[in-house]
Design a protein around this ligand. Structure first.
Ligand code: CP
Length: 323
C-alpha cells in the first residue's frame, strides 16, 4: 500500500504541469480535478448548487442536451445523481454499458469517447478504474465531467462535501476536518484534502498506519474526535486492496471506527460525513448513520445540486445568460 502512496504523490506533483499542457486542447468546461479549479470557480459552483435548491429549481437548458454517462466501475450515488441532475435540467441521457460495448472487443477508452463525440453527444460523464484516465482524452472536444478516476480524483464528491460543510459553517476558514480510514485508496480523501486546505480549512488524517500516506498529518482518532468540526469517515475499499485486511470488522470499528462512545465526545456543533456506500458496523456503528449529527444523506441530496452546477458549467459558454 505504501508503494501506491508514493505513486499517488508523484501523480499529484505532475498534475499542475499536466493541466497547463492540456488546457490548449481539451474543452475548458471539463471538470477533471479540484486542482484545475480556482477558489473562485469552486465558490461559483457551490453558489450555483445552492441556487438550484432555491429559486432556480425550474431552470432548464434552452434545448435538450445529449449527455452520456460512461461508468466503467460500479456506482449508485454518483451515477444516479448525475442522471437525476441531467433529467431535471432537461438533458437527454444515455447510460453506456461497458459490458455490451465494443470495449469488450478491445476498443480503447479514447476511441470510445471519440465515438460518442462523433455521433452527436455534447458532454460525457466518466468513471473509470484507471488513475487519471483523462490524460488519454486530451483530443476530445466535448466537456468531460470526471465521476471518479481510480484512486486519483472525485471532484463531484468533493464539491458536494464542500457544499455540505459550507451549509453547516458558512465558511471554510479554520474549519477542522479529520478524514478517517482508508486514505491511501481514497480519491475522496485526495480531492478533499487539496480543496479544503486551499479554501482555508485544516485537514488531518486518522486510521491504521497501513492506510496513511507519508505526506499527511495524522492524529490519533480519540484525540481527533474532540478536535474536529467535521468527522469525515471513509469506506474501506476492499476492492482496491492487494491482500485482505487482517482485522475483523468488530476490531476495526473498535480501533478506528465511529462508535457511540466516540460520538458522545464530539463537539456539540460537529458533524459526521461519509461519501458512502457505508460499511455499516465497520467505519461507523450502523445506527449512527442516521444520527442527528450525521449529514450522510444530506451529502447525497447535495450531490444532485452540485452535479446540476457542474452540468451548467459544462455548457456555460452557450448558456451563460440563462440563470
Ligand atoms: N460516493 C460515491 O462515489 O458513491 P458511488 O460509488 O455509489 O457513486
Amino acid at each position: 500500500m505504501k508503494e501506491r502512496t508514493v505513486m499517488i504523490k508523484g501523480l499529484f506533483a505532475y498534475a499542475g504541469t499536466f493541466f497547463c499542457e492540456m488546457e490548449e486542447t481539451m474543452n475548458k468546461n471539463s471538470i477533471l480535478t479540484m486542482s484545475q479549479l480556482s477558489n473562485e470557480e469552486i465558490m461559483k459552483l457551490l453558489h450555483d448548487a445552492e441556487a438550484f435548491s432555491c429559486s432556480q429549481k425550474d431552470w432548464q437548458l434552452s434545448r435538450p442536451r445529449l449527455v452520456a454517462n460512461l461508468f466503467f466501475e460500479p456506482s449508485t450515488r454518483t451515477h444516479y445523481s448525475f442522471a437525476s441532475a441531467q433529467h431535471q435540467l432537461g438533458c437527454k441521457v444515455e447510460d453506456f454499458s461497458a459490458e455490451s460495448s465494443s470495449t469488450q472487443k478491445g476498443e480503447s477508452l479514447y476511441d470510445t469517447v471519440k465515438t460518442f463525440e462523433a455521433i452527436g453527444y455534447e458532454a460525457v460523464v466518466i468513471r473509470h478504474t484507471q488513475d487519471e484516465y483523462f490524460k488519454e482524452l486530451e483530443n476530445i472536444q466535448i466537456p468531460i465531467l470526471n465521476a471518479g478516476d481510480g484512486c486519483g480524483n472525485h471532484p463531484s464528491q468533493c464539491l458536494l462535501d464542500l457544499l455540505t460543510i459550507y451549509q453547516e459553517f458558512h465558511t471554510f476558514e479554520n474549519i477542522k476536518v479529520v478524514i478517517v480510514g482508508d486514505v491511501c485508496h481514497s480519491r475522496v480523501a485526495h480531492s478533499n484534502k487539496e480543496a479544503i486546505t486551499r479554501l482555508g480549512g485544516i485537514v488531518k488524517f486518522s486510521g491504521p498506519d497501513f492506510f496513511m500516506e507519508d505526506s499527511n498529518e495524522t492524529m490519533p482518532l480519540d484525540e481527533a474526535i474532540e478536535w474536529a468540526d467535521v468527522v469525515m469517515l471513509l469506506r474501506i475499499q476492499h476492492e482496491r486492496h492487494a491482500q485482505a485486511m487482517a482485522m475483523s470488522k468488530e476490531e476495526y470499528l473498535e480501533k478506528y471506527g465511529l462508535t457511540h462512545e466516540r460520538v458522545n465526545r464530539m463537539q456539540k456543533h460537529a458533524i459526521i460525513m461519509h461519501p458512502a456506500p457505508v460499511n455499516r458496523g465497520v467505519e461507523i456503528a450502523s445506527d449512527l448513520v442516521e444520527h442527528p449529527k450525521s449529514r450522510i444523506f444530506k451529502q447525497m441530496s447535495n450531490g444532485v445540486l452540485v452535479r446540476k452546477a457542474m452540468l451548467k458549467h459544462a455548457f456555460e459558454e452557450k448558456f451563460e445568460d440563462e440563470l
